[in-house]
Design a protein. Structure first.
Length: 494
């Protein structure tokens, strides 16, 4: 525990949904749900307006539609979210060399290591400046927690939501934590919380009063001792700048179970290619290929194959995945497929390229050809909004609605030669409905086109802020007009 609140935790507010509201003027102030839109879709993020109806992350989209039938349901646009995340992380990197990203919208920052804060007053000022900078650069809001440890900084940012700042003074941790639910502590999930509840412990104060021996008896040595320390606010984990990924993977859930073996293999090959794209994007290679199959009865199987050395060659990963698939019985149907690579490294083993060619030659296939069947389209990793594209070899032709669902995803960007930039409100019966508006514009008009309209095409997302303020010299010289008031107390909320 530090004597000064110099560990900062930033959590962007309803990140995906807020980004969509900023990009789409007609959705501001309205309930927005981002996630998979198919029968098996799951909510990724819900705006605060949607949360008032009981919608929350990880909820099945079908349930969310029952709770908030009039909300806007959109497919994630990860290209936009990553761009905004990069802008936010660049601002954090200006505060300290020790920035620990937890996800696209969340990170710890060690202000002491960056020399930007060493006491309560300077930490508060930096926290307020950061919120102002994020709003000016991205147009979005984030909540900031400041404390002497990572655990308390994260609790503080959660308590500050939305769009607030909360500082926990060292020495006040015990009093703050005492009435809170045990679920507030890291490592206490639903199962552990239920176990503690049956033992009569529902608040953090209950854990502190129970004593370490009782918690060890209930939860085991490591977990029990850790929870006892955290109940008193003790957490000495450092902010770690490099969080080394242990694996890279992608998976898709299908709206209807897959039964055709050829179609299943085609999907595995497509997932393998997407996995390698992520692998190369991270500048890594991997040695072990993992196949995940969830069958019709929800049983989940994983199979793995370790190669002679690390690779980032799509052909090697694709063919290893196909070999693993041969060992899995899929006759009852498949609802989810995934391909991953573990044993990551920063180099590739050159002879693996020859390995793929040798295996194809042994099978009677020319070494220069690939067994890949081009996919008709893709969806974002982890998104099960519309299911996979139709197999080009399938005997069932693709319907107009299937083509529309694949090409015109709800919420995604389009450009029309006459009407300009817009986004897809929905599609079906051979038609696609588009609202033409941009970030910063008034709410736009809605028009409907045929799905094969030659003037309509998919487009890249537009920046949320057209002319962002230059923060290249921040935090040394924050523009006075944007600095905003600095709270004189330990808490600041809008």
């Amino acid at each position: 525990m530090r004597a000064a609140p110099t560990i900062l935790h930033l959590d962007m507010d309803a990140f995906y949904a807020s980004a969509e509201q900023a990009a789409k003027p007609s959705l501001r102030g309205k309930p927005v749900v981002v996630g998979g839109l198919g029968p098996r879709g799951v909510v990724a993020t819900a705006s605060y307006e949607a949360r008032r109806f009981g919608v929350h992350s990880a909820m099945p989209t079908a349930q969310a539609r029952r709770l908030a039938p009039n909300a806007a349901y959109l497919v994630p646009r990860f290209q936009l979210y990553r761009t905004v995340s990069d802008q936010v992380m660049e601002l954090l990197a200006r505060l300290s060399p020790l920035v620990e990203p937890l996800s696209l919208d969340e990170a710890f920052v060690d202000l002491e290591a960056g020399g930007t804060a060493d006491d309560t007053a300077s930490a508060l000022e930096i926290g307020e400046q950061l919120r102002t900078a994020i709003k000016a650069v991205t147009g979005l809001t984030g909540s900031v927690g400041l404390a002497g440890s990572k655990m308390l900084a994260k609790i503080a940012s959660e308590e500050a939501k939305p769009n607030g700042l909360l500082l926990i003074e060292p020495g006040t941790e015990r009093e703050l934590l005492a009435p809170m639910s045990v679920r507030i502590l890291p490592g206490v999930g639903p199962a552990t919380a239920d176990h503690l509840r049956r033992a009569g412990m529902t608040t953090v104060d209950d854990l502190a009063e129970a004593g370490e021996d009782e918690l060890v008896r209930l939860l085991g040595k490591a977990h029990g001792s850790s929870l006892h320390r955290m109940a008193f606010g003790y957490d000495d984990r450092p902010v770690v700048a490099e969080r080394d990924a242990k694996s890279v993977s992608v998976e898709d859930t299908f709206d209807a179970d897959l039964h055709d073996r050829v179609r299943i293999r085609t999907e595995v090959e497509r997932l393998a290619d997407r996995c390698v794209q992520r692998l190369r994007g991270a500048g890594r290679s991997g040695r072990t290929v993992v196949l995940k199959v969830r069958r019709y009865d929800f049983s989940t199987l994983t199979r793995s194959e370790t190669l002679r050395g690390p690779t980032d060659d799509p052909t090697v990963v694709r063919e290893a995945s196909a070999r693993l698939l041969e060992a899995v019985d899929t006759t009852g149907g498949v609802r989810l497929l995934g391909v991953g690579v573990t044993g990551l490294a920063d180099y590739t083993q050159e002879d693996l390229f020859a390995q793929a060619a040798d295996e194809r030659t042994a099978a009677g296939e020319p070494a220069g050809e690939s067994a890949e069947v081009p996919a008709a389209g893709t969806v974002p990793a982890g998104d099960d909004a519309t299911g996979p594209p139709c197999d080009p070899r399938s005997e069932v032709p693709e319907s107009a609605d299937q083509r529309a669902a694949r090409r015109w995803l709800a919420g995604h960007d389009v450009h029309h030669e006459t009407y300009g930039h817009g986004w897809v409100q929905g599609s079906g019966v051979g038609r696609v409905t588009v609202r033409f508006e941009e970030p910063g514009s008034p709410p736009g008009r809605v028009r409907t086109f045929r799905i094969d309209d030659p003037e309509l095409r998919p487009a890249d997302p537009l920046p949320l802020v057209r002319d962002p303020v230059d923060y290249s010299s921040w935090p040394a010289s924050l523009p006075k007009s944007l600095s905003g008031p600095v709270s004189s107390g330990a808490e600041s909320r809008p």
